[in-house]
Structures are given as C-alpha cells and as structure tokens.
Design a protein around this ligand. Structure first.
Ligand SMILES: C[S@@+](CC[C@H](N)C(=O)[O-])C[C@H]1O[C@@H](n2cnc3c(N)ncnc32)[C@H](O)[C@@H]1O
Length: 414
C-alpha cells in the first residue's frame, strides 16, 4: 500500500510522500535499491518472549504483536538477516538507530558490530523515563537503549546543544580551553599569558542520555498500539541524522511513529509491518499527524513542583514525601496510621483554619486517611477551639504560633 497525504506542513511546503507496506520487512528490504535510504530506525520485537496486546482508550479496537521465540539463537538469526539488508540499503553517509531494551541489547550490539563494523559504532543512547511501580524485588527498569551506527566514517550529523549546568563557572563559559602535555584541560593563553576568549558558546552538546517522558495514558498521540514510542523521541533521532527531504525507513513501523515524525520534519518515509492492523493505523496517523506536547520537555520536571516551598520547610525533620499537583495536601507521612495514609497540609496566608481543614479533609478523606494533620500559621476565630474540625483532622501550631502562644500565656509575663 502506498499513500501520499496531501496535508500541508507549517512552512507551506507540500507534505513529502510517505508509504506504508504490509510485508515481512526482510522481503521488502530485499526489493529496495542499495544505498537509497538516509536513515533506518528499527524498533523490532525486543525478545520479551510474550505476545504484546493493548487496546484503544475507547476499547473499540485492540492491537497485538508476537515476540515469542524458541531461543536467543533463533532471535539473533532473525535480526541478523534484516540488519544485513538494512546495511545494504543505507546511503554511504547514512545512519541506523536500533531500539532495544535489556532483554536483547547484548545480542543486538554484537550483531551490529559484525554487520556495520565496530569502527562505525557512534553511540549507545539511553532513553530514560520515569515509571511508577510498587514492586521492589529488583531495580525498576526505567530506560531503553538505542544503538547508533553509521554506514561509514562520513555521515550526516546535526549537533544539538543544551543548557549549561548551573555549576558551570564563568571562566569555563568565556575562556577557550586546550589539553596540556599531560592531557589535562587548561585555559588557553596568548603570548603575554592572557586567557583567550572562547567566542560563541552554543551550549553543551546533547549527551547520550535522553530524558524523554514515556507516552502517558492520556497523551493525544497515543493510539493504543503496544510499545508505541513518543513522536518527540523519533523527531530527535531524525533531526540529528538527516536533512530535509531525506528518506527515512522503519522496517518494523508498528503504529507508524517514525513516519509521523519524519512527516512533521519534512522528510520522506517508508514504513513496513507484517501486521495489517499496524499498517492501517499508520495510514490513519499519517493523514492526521499529531505530536503531543510534553510539559516536562517544554518547562522541565521542576515545573511539576507545585508544593509550596515555604510550607514544605515547616515540615523539615518529618519523614514524609512531598505531594505536588494537589491543592489539599502538602506531604504524606512515610509511616501509615491504622493501615491508612497520613496526609499533612500547611495553612496558607489568607486561608482560615476551617478552609484549610476542609481542603485537607476533601483530599485525604477519599484516600481513606484516618489521621490528617493541619499545621496552622494564622489561628483565627474559626480555629479548632471554636468550631469542630472535619473527622480525622488534627491541628498543630507552626513553631511561630506555638512560641507566640507560649509567650502570651506565660504566667511570669504580667
Ligand atoms: C516494537 S513494535 C514497533 C512499535 C513502533 N515503533 C511504534 O512506535 O508504534 C514492533 C513491530 O514489528 C512488527 N514486526 C515483527 N516482525 C516483523 C517482520 N518480520 N516484518 C515486519 N514487521 C514485523 C510487529 O508487528 C510490530 O508492529
């Protein structure tokens, strides 16, 4: 199947052609001309030895693909013949990105060294993301690996620059550096011993650890296809290793993420998948390419820290976890009470004790909390003494309130 969407992208250029093919990628690759592709991105089954299934949010459609193998040898043989073909179709200045995880990373790396030559290994990219899990019997897997190889030593590469670390000092920013006789980095100086200015500073080169959020269940681009990758991840890869108009190939395209990213960046793309449902889904996504916005990427993870810093400072010394993105609770004690969580809130300026207690109760009650603590900074006429608090809410004075109270009530203070 070949489709050519007619939508226009932002700069009014006609959308470049994208094609999606229902086939085993091995036979498809064998039919492609040598040296015809700028970038191959492969996200094959990861040797998880199970069938992956998922459904759309409205549950009207479910997708699956098979990742069951007799042995690691069978899996390695499957990969090897496809990698050899991928290598053949790559242009002399082309690149290949191979996506895998801890199940078969070691198998893939060995094969890639053989097929591409160890000298053409460029990077081991760690795609890192946050996950939640209550299991604690082993370390929580929170990354996947992308091996980056090039066809030769001369390849397309567009560097990406990031922000300097806050720890970078001004001399590092402004002065040129060189290696001394002992290979130590030192500031370069002119004949009279003055440091030489470094000139333009674009930033720090992108590292090989990429902190990109996994697609959340409500992401607009989420299709319900199992193991779907985020468009921003593919945009980064395609932007690094191709020029506008170049041809990108994804032989295991699944829901078509690489093709969507290529389309959004003005590249041409070919996708192949042996599942007819995947091909159909890719076709739909190409007709309406969507990239979800990521607040974490745009504004940083710190933007989620909504808990009030001053309020948290009052809780210093308590063994608790700060709670962000919640209007009623500032922290939860690590210790439980009667098998239930113990939420804590600090009263805000301008808020009555009753209002603060009600917010805490509204947030903690539905979570089954039996003891909730409100730290009071501005006692008022509606305080605990004069009005009953919601069930389970206990009031504690902030240190400033406690001290004022003690001074006022001091019997020696006449
Ligand atoms: C990990 S998924 C790809 C997910 C994709 N990157 C995405 O973002 O949606 C692997 C895909 O490879 C496909 N596949 C497995 N063996 C294949 C083969 N021999 N030829 C073509 N596709 C194959 C599966 O049907 C599945 O869709």
């Amino acid at each position: 199947m070949t489709i050519t969407p007619t939508r226009e992208i932002e700069d009014d250029r006609p959308v470049p052609p994208c094609s999606v093919h229902h086939d085993d990628c091995l036979s498809f690759l064998r039919g492609m001309a040598a040296g015809s592709v700028a970038l191959v991105y492969l996200d094959p089954p990861f040797f998880t030895r199970r069938v992956h299934r998922l459904h759309t949010r409205d549950r009207t459609m479910s997708y699956s693909f098979d990742d069951v193998w007799e042995s690691q040898e069978e899996y390695a043989a499957f990969l090897r013949e496809r990698l050899e073909e991928a290598h053949r179709v790559l242009a002399e200045n082309g690149s290949l990105f191979f996506h895998c995880d801890r199940n078969a990373g070691h198998v893939a790396r060995g094969l890639l060294d053989v097929v591409f030559g160890a000298a053409n290994f460029r990077s081991e990219i760690i795609w890192h993301y946050r996950r939640w899990s209550s299991g604690s019997s082993s370390l929580l897997p929170a990354h996947q690996t992308i091996y980056y190889y090039t066809r030769s030593g001369s390849f397309v590469f567009h560097p990406v620059w990031g922000e300097y670390s806050p720890a970078t000092n001004v001399d590092q920013l402004l002065q040129r550096r060189e290696r001394d006789a002992f290979q130590k980095a030192v500031y370069q100086r002119d004949r009279s011993g003055r440091p030489i200015p470094s000139g333009d500073k674009p930033g720090v080169p992108l590292s090989d650890v990429w902190d990109i959020p996994y697609l959340n269940p409500k992401a607009r681009e989420r299709t319900g296809y199992p193991t779907q990758k985020p468009v921003v991840l593919l945009e980064r890869i395609i932007g690094l290793a191709t020029n506008p108009g170049d041809l990108v190939l994804d032989p295991f395209c699944g829901s078509g993420t690489a093709l969507v990213a290529a389309l959004l960046l003005g590249r041409r793309a070919i996708g192949v998948d042996r599942s007819p449902a995947a091909v159909e889904l890719t076709r739909k996504r190409l007709a309406d390419p969507i990239r979800s916005r990521s607040r974490v990427l745009e504004r940083g993870r710190e933007s989620y820290r909504t808990a009030d810093a001053e309020s948290l400072a009052l809780l210093t010394g308590l063994d608790c976890v700060p709670v962000h993105r919640n209007a009623g609770v500032d922290a939860i004690l690590k210790q439980e009470f009667d098998d239930s969580p113990v939420p804590i809130r600090v009263q805000r300026a301008g808020e009555t004790v009753a209002e603060a207690a009600a917010k805490l109760h509204r947030a903690g009650g539905p979570k089954g909390a039996k003891r909730m603590f409100l730290v009071v900074q501005e006692p008022d006429a509606t305080a605990a003494e004069t009005r009953p608090l919601p069930a389970g809410v206990f009031v504690i004075d902030a240190p400033a309130v406690a001290i004022r109270r003690l001074l006022r009530d001091d019997p020696d203070d006449s």
